[in-house]
Design a protein. Structure first.
Length: 333
């Protein structure tokens, strides 16, 4: 059973090395890394590693994939992921997960054991979201230091290209209904963070996926594979695994990311944002343009800092979890 990840990456050297170390230690057999900045300092550090395929995203690279300039980061990610999926299939790899550099595949067991337990009829494994919850303004290494995560299992949307077995559907809908009831209880008990900015999570809510390379796939998109027209893929929702999403890793990083999106310099298509994310962007824009840095800090603290009494309630209900993913981060690559 072999597993690969594919990532279009543009991060600090420290974060890139932590991301790679974690997944190689967690059971990923091969990683496809597409460096969005061709001059990324991590490239020479990693290019010769036997378990990594490192690609500089030069103009020649984009032209070879048929990606016109300019293209959104989502478009570039899809092109790279689809290319890597085909390469992984030729290399005999069994599964490919398309993830970002701020996302870590987490399981309560080893990744290999998790995928080995999958029914041979399953083409796609859907990973629910564990969203990192920062509890201070800044971190030296957020992947190591943040261990509090909001849990969100509700990732099955209206997608006619994916189907679940009757048993999997019953299990998923039962689990989802129970989660929603728990969230209602938390709200009734006064937990502001059960519906902060009108929603439980502040980042994306649709999770990520891993796709079997024998599946018929046209595009390996950002969250789900896209099969040829009128074809369907058999999917299953992971129950003892998730994608740990470090959408916010401290006040400075959060402020820079939001500011770029507000100013239109992030090269990121925000037009497809869910309502709760558009609402966040509006609130950030108003605070950013009218009230200054101190007000931004108060906004950050209100959105992310969960009071102890709420942590206790959410924890008892299983809506927030303490998970230490740092143990495999610092072994040598």
């Amino acid at each position: 059973m072999s597993i690969a990840t594919v990532t279009t990456i543009q991060a600090s050297l420290k974060e890139t090395l932590s991301f790679v170390r974690y997944h190689l230690r967690a059971g990923v057999d091969h990683m496809y890394l597409f460096f969005d900045d061709p001059q990324d300092g991590a490239f020479p550090r990693l290019r010769n590693h036997a378990r990594l395929t490192c690609v500089r995203c030069t103009q020649d690279h984009w032209e070879s994939l048929g990606v016109e300039d300019p293209a959104s980061v989502q478009r570039r990610q899809k092109a790279n992921a689809t290319h890597a999926f085909r390469q992984a299939k030729e290399a005999g790899i069994d599964w490919v997960a398309h993830i970002d550099s701020d996302e870590f595949l987490w399981t309560s067991q080893s990744l290999r054991d998790h995928f080995a337990a999958m029914s041979p009829r399953v083409d796609v494994v859907l990973f629910p979201v564990l969203e990192a919850v920062p509890q201070q303004l800044e971190y030296q290494n957020p992947f190591r230091e943040i261990s509090l995560f909001k849990y969100f299992p509700c990732i099955w949307g209206d997608n006619p290209s994916l189907m679940m077995s009757t048993l999997d559907q019953a299990r998923y809908w039962g689990h989802t209904h129970l989660w929603r009831r728990k969230k209602q209880i938390a709200t009734a008990l006064g937990c502001e963070h059960s519906q902060i900015v009108g929603c439980y999570l502040l980042g994306h809510m649709v999770g990520k996926s891993a796709t079997r390379t024998t599946a018929s796939v046209d595009v390996l998109a950002n969250h789900r594979p896209v099969p040829p027209s009128k074809e369907t893929l058999r999917a299953s929702v992971a129950t003892e695994a998730a994608v740990a999403h470090f959408d916010c890793r401290g006040f400075s990083q959060w402020g820079r990311k939001c500011a770029r999106r507000v100013e239109g310099t992030a090269d990121f298509d925000t037009s497809r944002f869910a309502p709760h994310r558009r609402k966040q962007l509006r609130q950030f824009r108003e605070t950013y343009s009218e009230e200054g840095d101190r007000a931004l800090q108060r906004l950050y603290e209100r959105w992310y800092f969960v009071p102890d009494v709420e942590k206790n309630i959410l924890g008892v209900l299983g809506l927030i979890k303490n998970i230490d993913i740092s143990h495999p981060l610092y072994d040598k690559i």
